[in-house]
Structures are given as C-alpha cells and as structure tokens.
Design a protein around this ligand. Structure first.
Ligand SMILES: Cc1cc2nc3c(=O)[nH]c(=O)nc-3n(C[C@H](O)[C@H](O)[C@H](O)COP(=O)(O)OP(=O)(O)OC[C@H]3O[C@@H](n4cnc5c(N)ncnc54)[C@H](O)[C@@H]3O)c2cc1C
Length: 313
C-alpha cells in the first residue's frame, strides 16, 4: 500500500453545500496533492471533491474513491509582480481576501463564490463581473494515467462555465493579478458581495445556479434573438416556477436558478425538481436546460445518470 492509500475510509456523507446526498465507499483527505499521481494507478476512477459548492451527490452515494485536497491548501503571493501560486485545495474566498489585502486586482470579481481553487478552475467560476479564466497563467495536475500535466492559458479550452479540465486531477494553479490601489480593489469586492447578497439566497443550502444559461437556437419573442445566451433564471421565472417544490427542495423565490434545500430534503427531491423544471421550461419555450451543477450517482453522472466512462467527473 502506498502512503497515500493510508487513511482511506468509508464516509457516510460527502460534504456539499446542498447538505443532502449520500457518502463514498472510500474517502481520503490528502495532505499532499502530488500523491494523486500514485493513487491513480490503484484507483483510476477516483473523483475529487473541492468545496462541494457545485455538487449534488445522489442519496445512494458513490462507489469510487473520493479525494479531498483540503489538506494541501497553501499559496504564495508575489505582490510586486502580481504572481500567485495556489494549491488546488486552497479555499478561493480566503485566497481572494489575501490577494485584496496585498493590493492585487483580478480575483475580487469572484467575491461571494464558494469554491476550492481546483473546483473554480474546472467550472471556470465567474459571472457578470469576470471569470477565473481571466487570471489563469498555468495549471498543474495529473492525467488519468498518472502522468504530470502542465497547461498554459492558451492550451485550456475556457468558455462560459467550461474549462475542458474535468478529465484532469488539478493540483496547483499559477495566476497573474494586477497590482493596484488596495482601497479601490477592496471597495469593488464589497460592492460585488453586496450585489450577490441582495440578488441570491447566499445563506441557504444550495449549489448556486443549477442550470447553465442557454444559447437560443432560434428567435424567441420577448426573450432573445437566435444565438444569444439568455438567463436560465429568467426562463424559469417566466414559466412561473419560482417557489415550486418537491419534498424539501424548492426553487428560490429570490433567484429562480437556485434550488435550495431544507429540513427533510434528500438528493432525490433535487433531482426530481430539476427534471420537472427542465420539462416545464421546455414546454413553455422549447428550450432544453443543461445542468451546471455536477451530479454524482452510483455508476453514472448527470441528471439522466449517463455512464461516467471512468473519467471521475
Ligand atoms: C451560494 C453559492 C453561490 C454561487 N455563486 C456562483 C457564481 O456566482 N458563479 C459560479 O461560477 N459559481 C457559483 N457557485 C457554484 C460554485 O461556487 C462554483 O461552481 C465553484 O467553482 C465550485 O467549486 P468547488 O471547489 O466547490 O467544486 P466542487 O463542487 O467540489 O466540484 C465541482 C467539480 O469540480 C471537480 N473538481 C474539484 N476540484 C478539482 C480538482 N482539483 N481537480 C479536478 N477536478 C476537480 C469536481 O470533481 C466536480 O466535478 C455558487 C455556489 C453557491 C453555493
């Protein structure tokens, strides 16, 4: 048994912001993300959980080894040159605060997004103020044969809530920020946090937006023109679904793209509510919503339980 295998144990519930769902037959918190390379040999399908802020785990849990990198969460900041090197397990909000304190601009646009650095890279976390892709110089990790991989910004297929990095196991990222006026950067961070707090149910159990904003295939009257991206929340709202609930899961009255859970909620409630939402939005507008939230199920992934094809995603 390699050192990294020690400490693998069953976990009754994978920690996620939804607060629902099952566990992992095998779970490990690594103190050194470089050990991932060796773990791949014995666990080729291993999954990485970041902060669990964009993750729904089915009630039956998962059979693959689930690895948390929260034990390897260090970063270094070269404030003069705006260079940041952060472990994938680093907590993004804490990293943002550290960079703002150093007077570095670029990450404050992600204020209010709960994430690990690895999860933020894979999801290309962001919104109306910017996205993490804007500051990425290089990422490091392993491929699924256990070989080390380094990709520069231009080798990464960043797009709206997409990176193409989900097949890799990320261990570290180098970011380039811009030295600037510390007070102004802090003010911008506060402003963005205030905007998010008033428009989103930040304190509720959720995974943020559960749907990607769709691109319209054809003109849609009073909604948008063909080839434009429109707000999934707006479509859900216009379909009259705010407040719709299944068991302990419901569509937030504050932001229609947020599913919030409470009390007796289980993952099945969230999945059934998402399927109902997708069907009703399709009936109303002919637009098929695609999940933004990552869904892990025993033997599959996604809302329709597609086979995971050994990719760990
Ligand atoms: C209140 C709230 C507000 C939110 N607001 C926003 C927002 O404004 N914009 C936005 O984009 N998102 C938002 N989100 C969603 C979430 O914060 C982001 O998607 C975030 O990037 C998820 O990161 P994570 O570390 O929690 O990833 P997880 O949810 O743990 O995992 C997501 C995916 O990333 C993979 N992954 C994680 N780490 C690694 C790694 N090191 N290597 C390879 N794969 C990895 C996982 O396997 C999984 O497939 C919000 C969520 C909440 C709860």
């Amino acid at each position: 048994m390699v050192a990294a295998e020690m400490g693998i144990a069953r976990c009754a519930k994978i920690p996620t912001w939804f607060g629902v769902g099952g566990g992992a037959d095998a779970f490990l918190t690594l103190a050194n993300a470089d050990e991932l390379g060796r773990l791949i040999a014995t666990h080729p399908d291993l999954k990485i959980v970041g902060d669990g802020a964009n993750l729904l785990v089915d009630d039956e849990g998962v059979g693959e080894l689930v690895v948390s990198l929260a034990g390897d969460a260090a970063w270094s900041i070269d404030a003069k040159h705006g260079l940041v090197s952060a472990a994938a397990g680093s907590n993004l909000p804490k990293l943002i605060n550290a960079c703002v304190r150093e007077g570095l601009a670029g990450l404050e646009v992600l204020a209010g997004i709960p994430a690990s650095v690895g999860g933020a890279l894979v999801m290309n976390a962001g919104g109306g103020f910017g996205q993490i892709a804007d500051v990425v110089e290089r990422v490091h990790g392993f491929d699924r044969t256990g070989s080390p991989v380094t990709l520069t910004r231009d080798q990464i297929d960043f797009a709206y809530r997409h990176s193409g990095l989900e097949h890799l196991l990320l261990t570290r990222a180098e970011l380039r920020l811009t030295p600037g006026d510390q007070k102004a950067i802090r003010a911008r961070q506060v402003e963005i946090m205030a905007y998010k707090s008033q428009s989103q149910p930040m304190a509720a159990n959720s995974a943020g937006c559960v749907w990607k904003n769709p691109t319209l295939a054809a003109d849609l009257r009073d909604i948008g023109a063909a080839s434009t991206r429109v707000s999934a929340g707006m479509l859900i709202d216009r379909a009259g679904l705010k407040g719709l609930g299944v068991g302990g899961a419901s569509i937030s009255p504050r932001h229609a793209n947020f599913v919030v859970t409470q009390g007796n909620a289980c993952a099945r409630h969230v999945i059934d509510l998402m399927r109902e939402t997708r069907a009703r939005v399709f009936d109303a507008f002919g637009v098929r919503l695609e999940p933004e939230v990552v869904i892990w199920r025993r033997g599959g992934v996604g809302l329709d339980a597609e086979p995971s094809a050994g990719r760990g995603a």
